[in-house]
Design a protein around this ligand. Sequence first.
Ligand code: GLU
Length: 486
Amino acid sequence: MFKEIRVRFAPSPTGVLHIGGARTALYNWLFARHHGGKFILRMEDTDRNRSTEEAIGAIVSSLKWLGLDWDEGPEVGGAYGPYRQTERLSFYKEALKKLLEAKMAYRCYCSPEELEERRKAALRDGRSPGYDGRCKKFTEKEQKDYEKEGRKYAIRFACPKEGETVVSDIIRGDVVFQNSVLEDFILTRANGLPTYNFAAVVDDATMKITHIIRGIDHLSNTPKQILLYEALSLPLPVFAHLPMILGSDGKPLSKRHGATSVEEYKKNGYLSEAILNYLALLGWSYDEKTTMFSIEDLIEKFSLEKVSKNSAIFDNAKLQWMNGCYIRKLSVDKLTDLLIPIWVDAGFFAKSSDFGIERLKMIATLVQERIKCLTEVLELTDFFFKEEIEVAPKAADKVLKNPEALKVLEIAYEKLKTLGKFDVESVEAALRSIPAGLDIKPKFVFQPIRVAVTGKTVSPPLFETIEVLGKERTLTRLTAAIGIVK
Ligand code: GLU
């Protein structure tokens, strides 16, 4: 039916990229990649007060980090540019001219204050608060008089008041809107800039967008947009409105639910593959049971028909679990590469050669099974990088104050001191031989040693940890712990 499928992600650059926006971008991207079509990025920056260059940069960098590359848009250009609405004003002017000539649009001289006052009064009296269409009836003479007064004007669309407009939605079927409930909405504001509904239609049409995939929060805009397509004799695209994303309490996902931006997830140690996999499932599923999808799987399997009508619940614990799965799939080299900047940012070392890349890889291997987010590595490994450690008071009380602890630590010190080769096998053999002369369970042997060398009751596997720490550091820490016990 379509020569080429063309979809777009059209964020308003007023802040960072949130989970909801990222899911919209992902579904558009998957749809384009599945069909061998084009994915277009367009910045809807006509709200001059709220749009910033910084936000454009942040959105672009989050999309890049996720790997959602665009075929046309900022930085890459394309045949239907520019891809920023404030650079496309001539397109809107042209469309507006057509609508004015056809008397499908008119000048409105009402000031924002007047509109607000009337809106309040209408609500008070139980009338519909929408615009009452008074400026539509003005003669040319009346318009001139207003302009002489210095009044600025917006331009409104003359919405048909009868009949209905049907949104044929791939996900929801036909959604019918009575035209009588649609007000004469603004096309361009008094400052000459277009509103979202107008600019989006002109852009989607001139950019030859075939499918509009966006959040359900835009469904109420769609009948207005369809009427504009019709007024401008433009072919209609296909619509698909994605379900809402709710927090675990059933309320729309927001800051209250914790991290909501892609940037924050990145900072908190999430992998882009895990985020994409998780976002894909926020409203779409392939079958009842499959949860893990590589990006290639998603491209192959994604379809709009399998997007749900029902709201999706954002479950942080599930995302964390999934992130852990993706961490475990990484090669040690890749994991180490990802952990190094986290260690560096925490000030553990300045560059990897200061500590030794091989030892860093050993640490990465030790934590790989244990972390769900990359940043969890900090708490789990800090003792490797410190000259001196502090034994957590609770751990000291619970473990080191045991009557056997002193004996164990002293024997461990002697055994490890005499070791020639200090690798995991010899360390293990030495420590496992401790209980032989004592009447205690292995658990009571290894815990004091763990606390002595790591400062914690929970650590990566003990023998490997001691190997990475090395002989000198291990012995120093055992001595310090013996000091505490005595
Ligand atoms: N700029 C709109 C937004 O960020 C785009 C909506 C649409 O995709 O049409 O919500």
